[in-house]
Design a protein around this ligand. Sequence first.
Ligand code: SF4
Ligand code: SF4
Ligand code: FES
Length: 688
Amino acid sequence: QDGTANPSGPRPSDAQSNADLIKATAYWLGADAVGLSAAPDWVWYSHDATGAPITPPHGQAISIIIDQGYETMSGASGDDWISVAQSMRAYLRFSLIGGVLAKHIRALGYGAKAHTATDGDVLQPPLLLLSGLGEVSRIGEVILNPFLGPRLKSGVITTDMPITHDLPIDFGLQRFCEACNKCARECPSGAITAGPKKMFNGYEIWKSDSQRCATYRLTTEGGSMCGRCMKTCPWNLEGLFAEAPFRWAAMNLPSAAPLLAWADDAAGRGSLNPVKKWWWDIELNEDGAYRTPKAPVNARSLQRGLKIRAEDQTLAVYPAPLTPPPWPYPYPMDREAGIAAFRALLSPEEHRARTAAGDTSHLHRTPDHGNSPVIRVEVATAQKMTQSVTKYEFRTPDGTPLPDWAAGAHIDVVVTPEFIRQYSMSGNPADPSLYQIGVLREDTGRGGSRMMHRIFTPGRRVFISKPINHFPLAEDASFTFLMGGGIGVTPMIAFAHRLHALGRAFALHYSVGSRAEAGYLADLAAAPWADRVHLHISNENTRADLAALLGRYAPGQHVYTCGPDRYMQAVIDAATTGGFPDENRHLEYFSAPAQPERENHPFSLHLARSGRTLAVPADQSATDVLTAHGIAIDVKCADGICGVCKCTLLSGTADHRDFVLSNAQRSDTIILCQSRARDPDGILTIDL
Ligand code: SF4
Ligand code: SF4
Ligand code: FES
């Protein structure tokens, strides 16, 4: 992907010849279209994934697009199981072509780096525009090519090799998309705007609701990811002679756009062609096995009768002031603010007028994320204490003190963006130079601890949260029992450091199966409070007699425990039997907060216009019941995402379960495919 240029390479300097040969090589390697342009500073990200600033190393860009496959797409719904494979196949093909081409350019003596879907330092859509590979389309950030339509994936190679540039193109797509909103109609999540272009982060685009799109792509049970907008677009062309008249008319007769869009729809183009389906639908399960999907596979027909109007849509957008900070850490999206931001987007004309008048209040600027919950640290040590327990220490890269913490605290460690794990801090709270944790490798877990053991080596820069303390120490206890089972000893060590510093009485009891699996033995033996440590080792028959250890409660005593559930329960049972009051027994659990279970009650739907009342049983939705009674109601996603089944709510208290409406809209509107009456046997009166 990247590397150093060959210092003795021939460095060919004829820009036109270089451009020709680069294109020829890319086509020979399998690219579907290639465009060349400058790579101005503004297409480069300001920082990389580790937070280090990026200084643009190259000024030239080679943009490549890869066809996702016309035939396969015609046999697909666009949001079924082949969808993700279509995307990833195209991305992988670029990764191969881009990697080979970049290496070849480096061999010639110039710097070159391939920017792929999984690792890149440049924004690709502006480069596709600059290099003439397409125009902005209604789909949003998708650049549409006149030969492939939107059915493409891209990649970019940046270089300092001199090359001549291609020019941006205008093949009439802006007019065409204004006259067509088929993608907005067919999008299962209702993410694509049916309205006009707006200004977003300084770009003039049809801004889609990417949160909705991403939610649908990640949660749909009938497939994996989605590209239905690409599939159904009239420009999803095969590139054959038969389609040349459409392309010519679309490019040359602006007034024909509405007619062409209508004719495309009337001809049923973009519908599902089962003859072209050549793949098995299989789903990767949590246990790692591939099986036939449980849910019905998405297989959508065109919704030609559906009218999508901008004024009926409730979209949310997240311009720079609302985007999550650029570090890999969970960040709650404020959808209400996103809805307000969509409404506040300016038209290009308003934007230009305000900017010309010297007003800058409308510009989208990234906020100061200074008060981050996350800090960037370096792995100082990774010490394997047993076969499966490793002690990690973190320090700031520049050696400055870490934020203060108190015994009992834990940190969230971003192992990789998909693995964020919580670990108790085991070091000395009085030492601001290091944070310390102990990590048990869980070979049958979900992979976070295994990944950490594999990739956390000294010198690696990682993100962790600031210390969070849900397990505080009562520092005025008359005596403190610190009870650690296995890796649960970690917070006990921090407590012991603190109690020792305070001169308090305590005992640390550490229970393990065998010495071979016990981490921290050397640390405990070397601690200034080593005489307070008691080891209980099952295979040495020194198992803890918890009832005898804790004895009868004496005023002011506290007990803390952490470890396997059964161990903690035994400690708490012994403490309870010994008379320790509830507030003097402390345990630490690490588990995700439970999501509230939603209960479905039966309720009644009263239809104001006809006066009918329909019973909605607990196992059916309002749209199921309406459809079963022959009452026409548009349904698209059935997941409360797209908003198509929106209806006026005249009275009744609803349990709103949609991902569409603003709080204000919920006072008089309901999404019928998901939302229900809040109370059992409640009545909702709707305007039907
Ligand atoms: S949900 Fe599917 S159709 Fe809608 S914008 Fe996303 S990818 Fe396109
Ligand atoms: S479906 Fe129509 S509106 Fe959407 S991108 Fe294609 S041409 Fe443009
Ligand atoms: S929100 Fe999509 S059908 Fe109800």
